[in-house]
Structure formats: C-alpha cells, structure tokens
Design a protein around this ligand. Structure first.
Ligand SMILES: Cc1cc2nc3c(=O)[nH]c(=O)nc-3n(C[C@H](O)[C@H](O)[C@H](O)COP(=O)(O)O)c2cc1C
Length: 325
C-alpha cells in the first residue's frame, strides 16, 4: 500500500516526508536521509521571514541544500503578510522547490512574535499571509498546521477552508493542539475528519515510528502522505525501512552498532564541511547520542564525545570504536 503523493506539478518518488525540525533538518541530516532512501520530500529548518528580510547571517547560512536533495520544501514563519512574501520569494529564488508556511509551531519564541501556531488563535490573520505568499511565488505552496491552539477546541475545518481558498497545493496536519505541544497521542481520528473536507493532498503527521504505525496512519486517515519527525533522529534509514514495509509487509533489520557509528562518522564530516568545525562539533554531541541510543556503552561514548574539542577528535573516537568492533 503505497499512495502517490503529488504536490502541485511535483510528483514525489515516495509519500514519505521528512518533517521540518529546527536544529535538526540541516543539510547533513537531510543528506543522510536522502542517501539511505525511501524519503520522497524533505523539509528545511524553519526560516524566520523577518530574519530573511534583514539578511541575518545565521539564517542565511541555513540555505544549505545541494543538488541531490531536491525536491526540497523550505519553510518560513512570520506574522506579517508582506514580510512572509519577501521571505518566501527569497527561498524560491534560492532554488527551494516548494514553499511551506508554518502555522503549527507552539514554541514561545515563535508564538510570541505572532507567528506559527499562535495564528490559529485568530484565523482572520491566516488568509492575508497565505494570499501574499501565493502571489509572490510560482512554485507549489503548502502549509503545515495543528488542530487548533486550545486543547479540544478544533479550528482545523475553518483553517483548511481558508488555506484551500487561498490556493495552497497541499496541507500537512500534525494531529495535536498547540497547547498539547508533544504530550499524549496524536489525534489521528481528527486527521481522518480533515480528509473528508480537504480537496488538496493531505500529509498526516504525529507519532509515526515504524512501518506498521505508518501503514495504520495511512489506513485510518486516508491521507496521501505521511510525515515523520522525531523517530528519524539518529535514524536516517527509517524512511527506507518504512517504505519497504509498505511495499512488502517485511520488517528490515535495524542497522548494527558498527553501521550506526559509521553513519555518525559520515554525518560528522558533512556537518564540518558545511558549517565549520566549531558549530559542527557542538551539534555532533547531540547527533552521536541519537545514533547510538539504546546500545551498551552508549553513555560512556557520549561522555567521550562531550569532552571532545573538535570534529577531528570526534572522528578519532568514532574510528577507534569502529576498529574495535
Ligand atoms: C526538535 C524539533 C524541531 C521542530 N521544528 C519544527 C519546525 O521548524 N517547523 C515545524 O513546522 N515543525 C517543527 N517541529 C514539529 C515536527 O515537524 C512534527 O510536526 C512533530 O515532531 C510531530 O511529528 P512526529 O511525531 O513524527 O515527531 C519540530 C519538532 C521537533 C521535535
């Protein structure tokens, strides 16, 4: 059971989508997911439209996608329609294939600026943003949202109508309210209700961890695509495994400890190449921990990585581990 996912004029090779994740879905991680296979669409980290407008260097450094990553969806957030359009136009001119607007982020920094999920508190602000961006970009346009802001008070039906009327090409729904953040279980039944009223491709999101949960989400909601976030951390092979399960019903064996260390080593090299040693070595502390989670001695390895001072030292530690296995 492998549905076709087409967004605007872009036909994706698989209906599996890597979720946008700030601090995670940078070039190195996206590249690892693409290399392992199975993923049809990858998202960038979210770009502040204000930061793009003022050419904030850190934000501009997030324009890190390469040829082999396409198609890529670049996500913006913002509360001002004109600024959102500027941000979206800039990302399209930097070869993003799809522009996504974030209507789902509940993080205080984003919500306080009148962006992300906070826009769900006042839906009259939604149409002007989508319309301005729609006018600005000619590539496919999508939105990613939640069921509403307040727990139990769904505004998703009204949101879907607005987004469709403004001409979006697909909608991704994380089946939680913003107030719930990541607590409890995603409300897949509510995503199924969205399916009834959604006339553009629907990407369902929330709590998929493997092939069987993905198949269940497809079946229970009738969605066209499934987006995976947290379960991909340190597991870039997850999309290949899920796709294989959807195609055959077979569960592929998880990579060995050695294979995971080798992947962490490659991730380390790509991060260094793209973001320099300083930034990469900081980030790799968390990244290695994700790759080795659950294995014997993972705490010990994590401690060694925490004490390392550069990505070259990290590479030495990983090389020694590989030679010992
Ligand atoms: C570390 C982290 C960063 C995230 N950053 C973003 C973001 O920048 N934009 C966004 O729309 N959602 C963001 N999300 C939400 C995810 O895209 C996704 O909706 C959520 O994790 C639920 O999916 P999952 O259960 O598969 O993890 C983030 C989630 C995490 C865990």
């Amino acid at each position: 059971m492998v549905p076709n996912l087409k967004i605007g004029n872009i036909t994706l090779s698989s209906p599996l989508v890597l979720a946008p994740m700030a601090g995670v879905t940078n070039h190195a991680f996206r590249y690892m997911c693409k290399k392992k296979g199975g993923v049809g669409l990858i998202y960038s980290e979210m770009f502040s439209s204000y930061a793009i407008k003022f050419r904030d260097p850190k934000t501009i450094s997030m324009l890190d996608w390469t040829e082999e990553e396409h198609p890529i969806s670049a996500q913006i957030f913002g509360g001002d329609p004109e600024t959102c359009a500027i941000g979206a136009g800039f990302l399209e001119s930097n070869y993003a294939d799809i522009i996504d607007i974030n209507f789902g982020c509940p993080v205080p920094k984003v919500a306080r600026s009148g962006s992300g999920a906070s826009l769900l508190k006042d839906l009259s602000k939604v149409a002007p943003i989508i319309s301005e961006v729609r006018k600005e970009v000619s590539c496919p346009l999508t939105v990613k949202t939640r069921l509403g802001w307040w727990r139990g008070k769904s505004t998703i039906a009204e949101f879907i109508k607005i987004a469709q009327d403004c001409g979006v090409d697909a909608i991704a729904v994380h089946g939680r309210f913003a107030e719930e953040k990541y607590t409890g279980s995603a409300h897949w039944d509510s995503i199924a209700e969205v399916r009834e009223i959604c006339s553009v491709p629907l990407i369902a999101n929330g709590d998929v961890v493997d092939g069987s949960s993905c198949l269940k989400l497809f079946k229970e909601t009738g969605c066209d695509g499934v987006m995976v976030g947290r379960a991909s951390h340190g597991r870039p092979w997850i999309f290949k495994h899920i796709l294989h399960y959807l195609q055959t019903g077979e569960i592929l064996p998880e990579p060995s400890f050695k294979e995971r260390i080798e992947m962490a080593r490659e991730h380390n090299q790509i991060l260094r190449q793209f973001h320099g040693d300083r930034r990469a070595s900081k980030e790799m502390r968390g990244v290695v921990a994700m790759y080795i989670k659950g294995f014997d001695h993972s705490a010990q390895i994590r401690n060694m990585i925490m004490q390392s001072k550069s990505t070259f030292e990290i590479e030495d530690i990983l090389d020694k581990l590989i030679s010992q296995i």
